[in-house]
Design a protein around this ligand. Structure first.
Ligand code: KIV
Ligand code: ZN
Length: 520
């Protein structure tokens, strides 16, 4: 690389997505293999440079996910997280070795608080572990990233010493995590500037940042660090992650784009795919985005006040600093009606980004026709909910067959339910305290389990009383929680499907027990 090329390259911000690792650590956000593969494929098309697919030693499920994501990703680097022990690093490599561009991301805590109370290690022992872990990882994989956990609360001399040794041992990326979301923009920029000034070999590594949002400053801290010289930003779709979450990918990327005058850095994200990524993640995790969330919230481009509406009609720039189209928000369009044919339906699926085989298209078409019979107007959002529901139910051990309900104020509410369990149709009748309770009791009677219901949430997919209901159910069993989703014009059918979806996920989760407890 010539000097000029390396200067140009240094103006590019590497987007490191950790939705499938740190994002998955949000309570209730766990994803199964099929869901992670869908997300990985989408992130790859959207242009992330690195995707962290999981923490392979954490569970067999994580190991399998990192392995399978590694096999399918075409463009991005695939990272797997590991603590500093050789067993962790070897397990990460075992999963990552299938990737075209693998990266081992290893970390150890360096703050006085973490070293004393969590690790119970002296600073000297931690420093030795930094060098050992990176040397070991480099023997396996050329691309190694190192993170001093709780970096922003680490003593500066010790941070500089560890970073210098980490680079000497072979780490090409040094990631400074604000693990507990404690720093503020000025301080964080100062830490990055200090590393650039004081670590003699810092030019041999890319400085990365990883900010948590406990004070609502994750994106501000990330942008301040970029201005101070960081060239990799770690982030997640919709800002999901431990506790208050991580810096959100869409806010960082659109911040860089909209304020290119002050932050003249490039990145490879196809911004028009941002809304799609946000919706895909919400539908997989059941975590709806708050309406006023920047960039991807339902109100992010809505103008309520008359004076604003008037301004936007005269010139969109009066109240919009970016166009809805630039993040992939298209006008919700009336798609098809009950007279629409298969060909138009298939075209619509392609337009919405679904790549389905002939059988799946046919099944979705039959459901679309049934929906168009019940519902006057069918919108893009209806088609998305319908197809996602179809994809969800297709590969499950327990399948919904039919539901009859007696509801109202007169008698005991009753559910008549039919499920297909491992290929056999079974029927049952159950009562309950309301029709939802009766439905869930019927499912539990057919499929005995000890899981507790933690969340039951209903959203209307579009406007109007004939809208499809999208239901999220969260179940918890032995400390593990899973979200299930279901969609239907009948809220109770959608509720049954969501509960069944969650149960199916629990069955898969039970089969994948953690090989050992983690204390990272
Ligand atoms: O927040 C954190 O410190 C992390 C590290 C493992 C990078 O997630
Ligand atoms: Zn983190």
């Amino acid at each position: 690389m010539t000097k000029d090329q390396s200067a140009a390259a240094s103006e590019r911000i590497i987007i490191f997505d950790t939705t499938m690792r740190d994002g998955e650590q949000s309570p209730g956000c766990s994803m199964n293999l099929e869901e992670k593969l869908r997300i990985a494929e989408y992130l790859d098309e959207m242009g992330v440079d690195v995707m962290e697919a999981g923490f392979p030693i954490a569970s067999n499920g994580d190991f399998e996910a990192v392995t399978e994501v590694s096999k399918i990703v075409k463009n991005a680097k695939v990272a797997g997280l590991s603590r500093s022990g050789y067993k962790d690093i070897d397990r990460a490599w075992e999963a990552l070795r299938h990737a075209q561009q693998p990266r081992i991301h290893t970390f150890i805590s360096t703050s006085p608080l973490h070293m004393k109370h969590k690790l119970q290690m002296s600073p000297e022992a931690v420093h030795e572990a930094v060098v050992d872990s990176i040397s070991h990882a480099r023997n396996l994989c050329e691309d190694v990233e190192w993170s001093p956990e709780d970096g922003t609360r680490t003593e500066r001399d010790f941070l500089c010493k560890c970073v210098e040794s980490a680079i000497k041992a072979g780490a090409a990326t040094i990631n400074i995590p604000d693990t507990v979301g404690y720093t503020i923009p000025d301080e964080f920029a100062d830490i990055i500037g200090m590393l650039r000034d004081r670590v003699p070999n810092i030019d041999k590594a890319v400085i990365s940042v990883h900010c948590h949002n406990d004070l609502g400053l994750a994106v501000a801290n990330t942008l301040a660090a970029i201005k101070a010289g960081a060239r990799q930003a770690e982030c997640t779709i919709n800002g999901i992650g431990e506790r208050a979450g991580n810096a959100s990918l869409e806010e960082i990327v659109m911040g860089l784009r909209v304020r290119h005058d002050l932050m003249p850095y490039e990145n490879g994200i196809v911004t028009e795919k941002i809304i799609g990524a946000s919706r895909l993640l919400s539908s997989v995790t059941g975590f709806a985005v708050q309406p006023n969330k920047a960039i991807v919230g339902a109100n992010a481009f809505a103008h309520e006040a008359g004076i604003h509406q008037d301004g936007v009609l005269k010139h969109a720039g009066t109240y919009e600093i970016m166009t809805p189209e630039s993040v992939g928000l298209l006008q919700s369009s009336l798609v098809l009606g009950k007279h629409s044919g298969r060909h138009a339906f298939r075209d619509k699926l392609e337009q919405l980004g679904f790549e389905l085989g002939d059988n799946a298209v046919q099944e979705a078409f039959v459901r679309f026709k049934a929906l168009a019979d019940k519902k006057k107007d069918v919108y893009d959002e209806d088609i998305i909910a319908l197809v996602e529901d179809e994809i969800t139910q297709a590969s499950e051990a327990i399948k919904f067959v039919s539901l009859g309900i007696i509801a109202g104020s007169k008698g005991p509410q009753q559910a008549d339910l039919e499920l297909e369990i491992d290929g056999k149709v079974r029927a049952i009748q159950a009562t309950g305290d309301g029709p939802v309770d009766a439905t869930f009791n019927a499912i539990s009677a057919l499929m005995s389990h000890t899981a507790k219901l933690q969340l039951y949430q209903v959203h209307a997919v579009t406007e109007g009383t004939d809208a499809q209901a999208q239901v999220t159910v969260r179940l918890e069993e032995d400390g593990k929680s899973v979200n299930g989703q279901g969609a239907d014009t009948d809220t109770l059918v959608a509720s049954a499907k969501a509960y069944i979806h969650a149960l199916n996920k629990l069955i898969v989760k039970r089969a994948k027990t953690a090989p050992e407890a983690l204390s990272a």
